[in-house]
Design a protein around this ligand. Structure first.
Ligand code: HAM
Length: 424
């Protein structure tokens, strides 16, 4: 029988890889905490209708990328393709978006049935943040600043650039879509099949087309800026002004419309050239109409999500894998069954007293030489060995595993003091 494999586009992250992930996740989470955002944990499965009504019925995500299925009672459910919809749903359900300001962040797997390639997977990880109840442009600037902070922390800020645009209010956006539609219809003979389909369903999505044959047509499309009303213009100018004050580099890109339907006003993407075709590291913007569209009171909102798989790829590209140093390992062994209780007692104390170390107990047993070979394989820096002699003298033997050096017989306190000295 053929051996079972993981599903295409869904990866296992082995321990060496997850070590790097943990570092990247810490940098991101420390940043969002520092800005006062609080974690919300959301289900992976939601009602299919939630995504149809928020991301939009005619987006690529909803049309062809969702993992949807009927539950046993006939309800259509979907593995979440993104986090904003679920976060708004939860905020409404628990009163977090009504008459108050909420700053939330979440993390976890998202699912999209896309063609897998480097940086694009069918199960991928996002860290997202969403803020409810703030209409002012300062929030848009803050969201961008958060991105800059974790990128700097990880030493990759130089490799990432910010593109930004404004889609305006729902009314100005509708006006633009009409103009765009008229323009695309005037060049209908030049459109490829995919763009024809998008034109019929959702003209804004034509601007997302990556087809080379469409590039010129998209370049010559009407500028969205010309359709913005005064309020939208003011909002956008203020965001840009704040970015200037913060010293954030950006490029206004009229073609940036994002692939989800809920956006209004500011939209942005952080992008790198180092990862090939899948260069978007993080993306987001304002979505002032979504809370209301999902049944709440009108509530301004904005957020973004980081593609963690891509951020990790970029981090590795810049740092090299070896730079992530593991915690030092202390490997504890005994070949004397009667000494196991004595060893166990000390192993637990070591774990409590020596925070920076990993303390592994050899539970497989056997000859001491076999256990020390295992210690080597684990990459241990120290071995702590006990037998009858140590037990009766109330000592432990400390043996350096990576450097040449004598093993020493020490009291517990002396051993801890010795390892603390090394650690410091
Ligand atoms: P999005 O642009 O669809 O936005 O996704 C955000 C990020 O997730 C992308 O920039 C990318 O890094 C990553 N990503 C998307 N698809 C994949 C994939 N197949 N494989 C690997 N990474 C991927 C959203 O999802 C919005 N919910 C963001 C948002 C939050 N807007 C407002 N609040």
């Amino acid at each position: 029988m053929a051996q079972l494999q993981s599903i295409r586009g869904m990866r296992d992250l082995l321990p060496d890889e997850s070590k790097i992930w943990a570092r990247v996740e810490h940098a991101v989470q420390d940043t969002v905490h520092a800005f006062g955002y609080r974690e919300i944990r959301l289900p992976v499965v939601e009602a299919t209708a939630l995504f149809q009504r928020s991301v939009g019925d005619t987006t690529d995500i909803v049309e062809k990328e969702m993992y949807s299925f009927d539950s046993r009672d006939g309800e259509s459910l979907t593995l979440r393709p993104e986090g904003t919809a679920g976060c708004v749903r939860a905020a409404l359900q628990h009163g977090l978006a009504f008459n108050r300001i909420s700053r939330l962040w979440y993390r976890g797997p998202m699912f999209r049935y896309e063609r897998p390639q480097k940086g694009r997977y069918r199960q991928f990880e996002q860290t997202g943040i969403e803020a409810f109840g703030i209409a002012a442009p300062a929030l848009d600037a803050e969201l961008i600043e958060i991105n800059r902070c974790y990128l700097q922390k990880l030493g990759v800020a130089e490799q990432v650039r910010l593109r930004i645009n404004s889609l305006g209010t729902p009314a100005s956006r509708t006006l633009y879509v009409e103009r765009l539609k008229a323009y695309l219809e005037s060049r209908i003979d030049e459109l490829d099949a995919d763009s024809l389909r998008r034109l019929a369903r959702n003209p804004l999505r034509v601007l997302d087309s990556k087809a080379v044959s469409m590039r010129k047509i998209i370049d010559e499309a009407p500028d969205i800026e010309d359709s913005l009303d005064d309020e939208s213009r003011r909002h956008f100018q203020e965001v840009l002004k704040l970015l200037d004050v913060l010293g954030v580099d950006y490029q206004v890109d009229q073609g940036l419309v994002r692939g989800l339907d809920y956006y209004t006003h500011t939209v942005f993407e952080f992008e790198t050239q180092l990862l090939g075709a899948q260069g978007a590291i993080s993306g987001g913007g304002r979505y002032d109409g979504l809370v209301e569209a999902l049944g709440g009171r009108p509530t301004p909102a904005a957020g973004f999500a980081i593609g963690m798989d891509r951020l990790v790829l970029l981090y590795k590209e810049m740092q090299g894998e070896e730079s992530v140093s593991a915690a030092d390992i202390i490997y504890c062994a005994t070949a004397d069954a009667d000494s196991m209780g004595y060893l166990l007692h000390h192993v637990n104390r070591l774990r409590a007293d020596l925070g920076g170390y990993q303390v592994i107990l050899d539970t497989a047993g056997g000859k001491l030489s076999t256990q020390l070979r295992r210690a080597d394989k684990e990459g241990a820096t120290w071995a702590v060995i006990v037998g009858e002699t140590e037990r009766s003298a109330s000592t432990l033997t400390l043996k350096p595993m990576k450097e040449v050096g004598e093993q020493q017989s020490l009291t517990y306190d002396a051993l801890v003091a010795r390892l603390r000295r090394v650690e410091g």
